[in-house]
Design a protein around this ligand. Structure first.
Ligand SMILES: Cc1ncc(C[n+]2csc(CCOP(=O)(O)OP(=O)(O)O)c2C)c(N)n1
Length: 661
């Protein structure tokens, strides 16, 4: 007896047969993996047994060049995109022939050749990567849809909400597929959310939502085929909840003790592969002989793939390769600044650099809150909508995380993006996507994140703990991010242009208090300035001050009171990469050094620079290396408190101490 009712309306005989094979292959691979696991020949397995109809149905319903972003139980997406099993199994074993050079495990990879972007462990952050891919498709007029998966547990994450909201507001052709399989690890759905159906949430986002039988492969295939056809012509997102059941443990070691026996039995009876096979045989669409034949073929393919993977040597650690793959290789072509200059404020220089880049790169999109007609809270993008249009100058909902993920999605499609944080403080709402998606994708599977995050930062403006922070050290600590922090208008323009040219993720810090207080001559037209080249703002013999951003101006201001001393000031300009040579050269000359920053002291980048100076310049030192940062408190609001907080408050004392040492 069949426990699933099939309705093959509109599905051709070939499609019906392919859907069967499309489920059979991942099922057989999994059965083999479970044996290997018991034999101790593989280490971990996240089973999707019983859920194959969703991956197979969705993948076969889409065109092969439409992106799919699967989760940890969606082996069927990979097999239905015909990923070579030898390569796939090598990936599972951390071998060179896999997709990540042994750097990430299981399904944590993407393959642009197969139009697949894999998950990161955090589940939700990948949902809005699909938004970015869909946005790029839409802007390019490709008429393609993107499908992205989430478990029902994953829908509790804020990223789910942001991804759906952004997709809705921007009418992006994304099919959000939820696999509702009752449990998130061990937590049943009713301890996860109280929606009757997860598709009910669609209404709240202004989109359509459907709940279908996720074990009925024909229902999945037909629904997704119809939705995709509609969305290709009329881009908009849709939420598709597929009811299914997770029949094995979260991962094999964790078991299913918490699942009631009758519930398990009920869903075992609804097995998507067995029911469909029975139905196809009854209907005479396939024969027993064909089933045997396909099984034999798939078995041979699995054996060949496994033999290939097991034959691959264990990966060997290559230090140079590990370090050099953190960033995408990029050889910048220098464009010299023109001598034809005009005086500008820092804010104008940032705007000018951004405008020049928008003119140069028609694949560059700017995204941020209130940046379109309003011009951004600091008016940097004022007039941009008029010149570049709303497609490229995009107001975003208050969804930092989703927009940062969308930046990665745009990169997947070869586009560039600049994302304006309204204030650098608010990046904490998108932190995960910066440090885990943007920063790590290239190292993990070779996908660069061509994203610049603009960060209006810093205190001294009486804005309190949430509009004043210096958070550059959060990012200098994360491999895979470049961190740029100009102090002068010419540098701001040239370095912003370089940040946009660079195909890697760049955090670009702009000090708010310098926006309108610092002026300087700025070269007209397009030019760039290299990363990793500090500026010697003032040369001297008695003391080196190594600093950046506001610190440079504090140091310059202090010179008036130290006229009898000959002080060198180094402006780092970029923190990652760090120009160590210029620092060491100066310290070897002066023998005394103060590392100064506005960021709070404990754990700031100053500590790192001090250590390097100790290690590299010890014999040249005439005094202890000193470091000065702001107080280790949140940034206070009232001006007397803020003044006390800032490192500038102690600068004179510290300099005197060092000079007189
Ligand atoms: C941010 C985050 N929190 C917790 C986890 C640990 N974790 C991994 S999978 C999982 C359950 C996911 O449930 P669901 O989204 O329903 O997918 P399923 O495993 O059921 O397919 C949990 C809690 C994680 N990976 N990421």
């Amino acid at each position: 007896m069949n426990h699933i009712t099939y309705n093959s309306k509109g599905i051709s005989r070939d499609e019906m047969r392919n859907l069967y094979i499309g489920m059979l292959k991942p099922r057989m691979i999994e059965e083999k993996m479970l044996i290997l696991l018991r034999q101790g020949r593989i280490s971990k397995w996240f089973s999707g047994i019983g859920q194959e109809a969703i991956a197979a149905g969705v993948t076969q319903a889409l065109q092969t060049d439409e992106y799919i972003l699967p989760m940890h139980r969606n082996l069927g997406v990979f097999t239905n995109r015909h990923v070579d099993l030898g390569q796939l199994f090598s990936q599972f074993q951390g071998k060179e022939a896999g997709f990540t050079k042994g750097r990430d495990r299981s399904f944590h990879f993407g393959s642009n050749a197969h139009h697949i972007v894999g998950m990161i462990s955090h589940l939700g952050p990948q949902l809005a990567v699909a938004d970015g891919i869909a946005l790029a498709s839409k802007l390019k007029g490709e008429g393609k849809v993107t499908a992205v998966f989430s478990g029902d547990g994953g829908t509790s994450e804020g990223d789910f909400h942001e991804a759906l909201n952004v997709a809705s507001v921007w009418d992006l052709p994304v099919i959000f597929v939820i696999e509702s399989n009752y449990y998130g690890l061990s937590t049943p759905y009713y301890e996860q959310f109280r929606a009757e159906k997860l598709s009910d949430r669609a209404k709240g986002y202004g989109m359509k939502g459907y709940t279908i039988d996720g074990n009925n492969v024909q229902e999945v295939f037909r629904t997704v085929s119809e939705l995709a056809a509609e969305l290709r012509d009329n881009p908009k997102p849709v939420l598709l909840e597929c009811m299914t059941f997770r029949r094995r443990g979260h991962e094999e070691a964790s078991g299913t003790k918490y699942v009631p026996d009758d519930l398990m039995a009920e869903w075992e009876a609804k097995d998507p592969v067995e029911n469909y096979e029975r139905w196809l045989l009854n209907e005479g669409i396939i024969t027993e002989e064909e089933v045997d034949h396909w099984r034999t073929e798939i078995k041979a393919e699995i054996e060949a793939g496994l033999n290939f993977a097991f034959d691959q040597p264990a990966i060997e650690a290559d230090l140079q390769r590990e370090l050099s793959d953190v960033f995408m290789a990029f050889e910048q072509k220098g464009v010299q600044p023109s001598e034809d200059q005009e005086e500008m404020r820092l804010v104008d220089a940032v705007q000018d650099g951004l405008r020049e880049s928008m003119r140069k790169y028609d694949n560059l999109v700017i995204m941020g809150q209130d940046i379109a007609e309003y011009g951004g809270v600091f008016k940097i993008t004022e007039g941009f909508v008029e010149e570049f249009g709303k497609d490229r100058v995009r107001n975003t909902p208050i969804c930092e995380s989703g927009i940062l993920a969308a930046g990665l999605g745009l990169s997947v499609k070869g586009m560039k993006s600049v994302i304006e944080m309204q204030f650098a403080d608010f990046v904490s709402s998108g932190f995960n996507n910066v440090v885990n998606n943007l920063a790590k994708s290239h190292y993990r599977w070779g996908q660069n994140s061509d994203v610049v995050v603009r960060m209006p930062t810093g205190a001294g403006v009486g804005a309190g703990p949430y509009h004043s922070q210096s958070n550059e050290a959060w990012f200098t600590h994360v491999a895979g991010l470049k961190v740029v922090y100009p102090a002068f208008p010419q540098d701001a323009k040239g370095l912003l242009i370089s940040s946009i040219e660079d195909p890697n993720p760049v955090l670009f810090f702009e000090h708010k208090a310098l926006y309108r207080s610092v002026r300087g001559m700025v070269s007209k037209g397009y030019f760039n300035l290299p990363f990793g080249k500090a500026g010697v703002v003032r040369s001297g013999e008695d003391l080196t001050i190594v600093t950046y951003g506001m610190g440079v101006h504090w140091a310059l201001d202090a010179m008036g009171e130290f006229t009898e001393w000959d002080i060198e000031i180094i402006d780092l300009r970029t923190l990652v990469p760090l120009d160590e040579e210029t620092i060491y050269k100066s310290v070897r000359k002066t023998g005394k050094v103060l590392v100064l920053h506005e960021d709070t002291e404990f754990g700031g980048i100053g500590g790192e620079i001090v250590t390097r100076i100790q290690e590299n310049c010890f014999i040249h030192l005439d005094a202890p290396v000193m470091r000065l940062g702001s107080l280790d408190t949140p940034v206070p609001f009232a001006s007397a408190l803020e003044k006390q907080f800032l490192a500038s408050n102690k600068l004179h004392v510290k300099m005197k101490e060092l000079l007189e040492f």
